[in-house]
Design a protein around this ligand. Sequence first.
Ligand SMILES: Cc1cc2nc3c(=O)[nH]c(=O)nc-3n(C[C@H](O)[C@H](O)[C@H](O)COP(=O)(O)O)c2cc1C
Length: 191
Amino acid sequence: MPPSHPAPPPVDDLDATLVEAWRLLGRAAADPASPLHTPVLATIGRDGAPEARTVVLRAFDPATRALTFYTDARSPKVAELTADPRATVLLYDPDAKVQLRLTGVATVTVGAAALWETIRASSRLDYAQAAAPGAPLASPVLVSLPTGAPNFRLIIFTFGALDWLRLSAAGHRRARFVWGEGGVSATWLAP
Ligand SMILES: Cc1cc2nc3c(=O)[nH]c(=O)nc-3n(C[C@H](O)[C@H](O)[C@H](O)COP(=O)(O)O)c2cc1C
């Protein structure tokens, strides 16, 4: 079966590459069918060791280079990001054969009540477990709290660097974009 979103031909243009990265990230947030919809968020564990887990990409703001994720206030990643906000988000699109590695910092904020109301009832249950994520359980049967609203948090991840890698039989391409006070600087890298 052909890929649902075939890879466009390589474009050896850094500006066009960044436009393509923005397009992929925008679709990743808006379309649950996008292979980039569930990236890996990597953080620094409380013991200094790397930690990584899958999360759902909820929003992408190209103006601020911010990705939004939802999580439970009690999950270890929240404590990790509070102690050290540095994080990496890794995304891979097997149709486009594009890997994106985003490095930046994340802040954790309380989710607004209006946003909570937009979450499906079944998904709200994720935040309403009596036991904190990762807590040992005597039984796998879950016990629910009346509401998960107090546990609902947003992770806002803002990246300052984007590493783009596109695999292609016509020649792999890798580029790095770094944002600073003077704007964005871009360069090709050896893949
Ligand atoms: C497809 C998929 C999507 C997930 N989405 C989220 C998510 O959006 N937010 C979240 O906190 N955990 C999500 N999880 C669970 C995390 O991967 C992880 O197991 C959990 O958050 C605990 O992580 P921590 O112990 O590192 O804090 C998802 C897992 C999978 C498999």
